[in-house]
Design a protein around this ligand. Structure first.
Ligand code: BES
Ligand code: MN
Ligand code: ZN
Length: 472
């Protein structure tokens, strides 16, 4: 059981060059091997109370991510405290505005202190982080700090959704969360389910949901004038559990498949940030929610369905369900005539084979949009890497009996063929990009600002993109 501690501890970031500021403690530093290197920590007792020092490395090497990561290290160390105070932000860093440093510090501590309290029958704490209101901490820093806390909170909201087990977070429960978020933020909200879903020609979503006792649905969140086309439309894969359906996964592969709504959850986290980061932008989220199960009414390999845009799809493997729900959602998103569409999905194992667990695959039809995403990812430290969609692979998604098939057959380039399937549902006139998060949405270890389990990958990236998008 974890106790709720009420100790108020301070955190201070230290550059290697500034160790001399702490003359009284040099002996302690030497004994502990503390040299101010990135993410080294040491706890000091001062008259004012305990202080946790976190190394920032050399000032000349410091970037925003240095502060974010160091702050996350402090957040982890102090996550059982009820309150903590952070003065990392007061450090001056070449090339960065003070509010940016404050924002990075606030993001870091908020993300580092995260843990999924979940279902342990013990008390859980959420550390309340105070910013240091020292002489160097002015209005701009306070603004940056407040923004950083809100960004971190949105990421943690996404993590909570992804960490919640699939028996609790059903498609309906996830739609309820989306509705609450929309209502609290003053956004438009629409839920399509039941007969409306069946009669709306969402053949892909219906096909994936029909093997489960939990009904599928599709939700839309709209920020800004609903009469005008959105500037940006965000689509996210929301499979609350992926058993594989009749093309059942092995028991080992089934573990962890509650995370198959990581794309939708990241979009929801980002929507939470729209009023803060891009209030003037019109943004719409289109999220298909379903559970992929092998029940008695389940889709059979060989079935053919009609998708929202009229395309027919032969379903040869029910474990390739992501592209089916996303195809419908992309087609619906396109109907509103958005300036661009970005989809996020835990789509293919192949993305992790190619890029590892920490980098998302980035594919799309529009260079400018792709470059924008790359720049945003660079700022937030959420790595992306481009993969191609070469023409010669297209026959792999063409069916003998329908327009398309969901199963490429070939075991190579599956991240590419998945994206090429999705592309069939977006008119060429709409810039579109796709992020495959099968790797980075989840982690078995802590790294950077990532927690174990759901990482909330993509929320900060989309937030940064929204911010720059709003500026034009
Ligand atoms: N949900 C999975 C992909 C996935 C893998 C997400 C790892 C998160 C972590 C997807 O629906 C899937 O099953 N894809 C497979 C199909 C195959 C193994 C039958 C793929 O990528 O090839
Ligand atoms: Mn699957
Ligand atoms: Zn899946």
């Amino acid at each position: 059981m974890t106790a709720n501690l009420t100790v108020d501890c301070s955190v201070e970031g230290v550059f290697e060059e500034d160790l001399t500021d702490y003359e009284a403690h040099v002996q302690t530093f030497m004994a502990a091997g503390f040299r101010g290197q990135q993410d080294q920590t040491i706890l000091l007792e001062r008259l004012q109370g305990p202080v946790l020092l976190v190394g920032l490395g050399l000032r000349a090497h410091a970037v925003a991510d240095t502060v974010r990561t160091a702050a996350a290290t402090a957040g982890r160390a102090l996550r059982h405290l009820t309150t903590a105070r952070c003065t990392l932000a007061a450090k001056s860093m070449p090339g960065y505005a003070p509010e940016e440093v404050a924002r990075a510090a606030a993001e870091g501590v908020t993300l580092g202190a995260y843990h999924f309290a979940g279902y342990k029958s013990s008390l859980a704490t959420r550390t309340r982080w105070l910013s240091a209101l020292g002489p160097k901490f002015g209005d701009l820093e306070s603004e940056g700090w407040a923004e950083g806390v809100q960004i971190g909170t949105a990421v943690n909201f996404t993590r909570d959704l992804v960490n919640t087990p699939a028996n609790i977070l059903t498609p309906t429960a996830l739609a309820d969360h989306a509705e609450t978020l929309a209502r609290n933020a003053g956004m438009g909200f629409r839920r399509i389910s039941g007969a409306e879903l069946d009669s709306g020609a969402f053949g892909g979503i219906a096909a994936v949901g029909r093997g489960s006792a939990e009904p599928a649905c599709l939700v839309e969140l709209t920020w800004g004038d609903p009469q005008q086309p959105p500037d940006l439309c965000l689509v996210g894969k929301g499979i609350t559990y992926d058993s594989g359906g009749l093309s059942l996964k092995s028991p080992e592969s089934q573990i962890g498949m509650k995370n198959d709504m990581g794309g939708a959850a990241a979009v929801l986290g980002a929507m939470m940030l729209v009023p803060l980061l891009a209030p003037s932008l019109r943004v719409k989220a289109v999220l298909p929610f379903a559970e992929n199960m092998p029940g008695g009414r389940a889709t059979r390999p060989g079935d053919v369905v009609t998708m929202r845009n009229g395309r027919t799809v032969e379903i040869l493997n029910t474990d390739f369900e992501g592209r089916l729900v996303l195809g419908d959602a992309l087609a619906l998103a396109a109907e509103s005539g958005p300036g661009a569409i970005i989809d996020l999905a835990t789509l293919t194992y192949a993305a992790t084979h190619a890029l590892g667990e920490r980098t998302a695959a980035l594919l799309g039809s529009d260079q400018t949009l792709i470059e924008r995403i790359e720049r945003a990812a660079g700022v937030t430290g959420e790595p992306v890497w481009r993969l191609p969609m070469p023409r010669y692979l297209r026959p792999q998604i063409l069916s003998q009996v329908a327009d398309l098939k969901n199963f490429p057959g070939a075991t190579t380039a599956r991240t590419s063929t998945a994206a090429m399937f999705l592309r069939e549902f977006v008119p060429a006139s709409i810039p579109w990009a796709h992020l495959d998060l099968a790797g980075p949405a989840w982690s078995e270890e802590e790294y950077g600002v990532a927690s174990r389990g759901a990482t909330g990958y993509g929320v900060r990236l989309l937030g940064q993109l929204l911010r720059t998008y709003a500026r034009g």
